[in-house]
Write a protein of this length. Structure first.
Length: 250
């Protein structure tokens, strides 16, 4: 495929999961953004082909759809699959991960890329930046994110305020460390795991303001038996990650 020989400034890895209804709006967001010379790598874990068909309907160039890892709560593994493919097939300087459920806006990526171009290894779209906007975020997610980020800010790196957000930009050096990482957890605990690993590896990390829009269809939005099990599992994984890196970095 000759297209893949072209050099792109940025590859954006976007996991999708049974959310074909978001694709048209996501396309409009990208189409109306000021992003230049970018490639989108979709990693689809949907039960059927509907999401793939919608992607092909609206996105006409500079994109690829990969089949997802097909594992429970496999969002982070899907992202890594996209990064692996991008390293192998694209000539690209910067790597971005963002969700497809309209929680984030592609135009905010430009802010993160500016930080990567200023010699930062990682740029996090921070919900806690003074210029950020957080809309309709569930109480449970607010509690977990704020509490975990507060402790990590105190014990690991006081320049970082958001340790859990999955809207991030990376350079190649950071991506190679992520892909070589041995210990893996479920999302969103894995988001914390990655950032603490990169702190341990002496990466330069910055944050940029973004807009975060909570989604009513998220499995975190409704209190039920399944959510309680996920919550408990996340708590234990988060505690393990926190203690593990606290011992390593100290």
């Amino acid at each position: 495929m000759t297209l893949l020989k072209k050099k792109f400034n940025t590859v954006i890895v976007v996991p999708t999961f049974n959310n074909h209804q978001d694709i048209k709006k996501l396309f409009k967001y990208f189409n109306n953004s000021n992003l230049k010379n970018y490639f989108i790598c979709f990693v689809d874990d949907s039960f059927d082909n509907k999401t793939k068909l919608y992607i092909k309907k609206y996105f006409k160039k500079n994109f690829k759809i990969l089949n997802g890892p097909k594992i429970k709560n496999g969002r982070c593994e899907a992202i890594k699959l996209g990064f692996k493919w991008s390293l192998k097939n694209l000539k690209v300087k910067s790597f971005v991960e963002m969700d497809s459920d309209l929680s984030f806006y592609p135009n905010d990526i430009i802010k993160g890329l500016k930080l990567i171009n200023k010699s930062n290894d990682v740029a996090i779209g921070s919900k806690y930046h003074k210029s950020s906007k957080v809309i309709k975020r569930g109480i449970i997610r607010k509690f977990i994110s704020y509490f975990v980020s507060y402790l990590c800010n105190k014990y690991f790196d006081q320049k970082i305020y958001d340790y859990t957000n999955a809207f991030r930009c990376y350079n190649k050096r950071a991506i190679l460390e992520i892909l070589n990482k041995k210990i893996k957890f479920d999302a969103p605990a894995e988001n914390l795991n990655i950032i603490l690993l990169l702190i341990y590896k002496k990466m330069i990390i910055a944050e940029f303001p973004c807009t975060y829009l909570g989604q009513k269809n998220s499995h975190w939005s409704a209190l039920n038996h399944n959510l309680i099990l996920i919550f408990v599992k996340q708590i234990f994984q988060t505690i393990y990650i926190f203690i593990f890196y606290l011992k390593k970095i100290d």
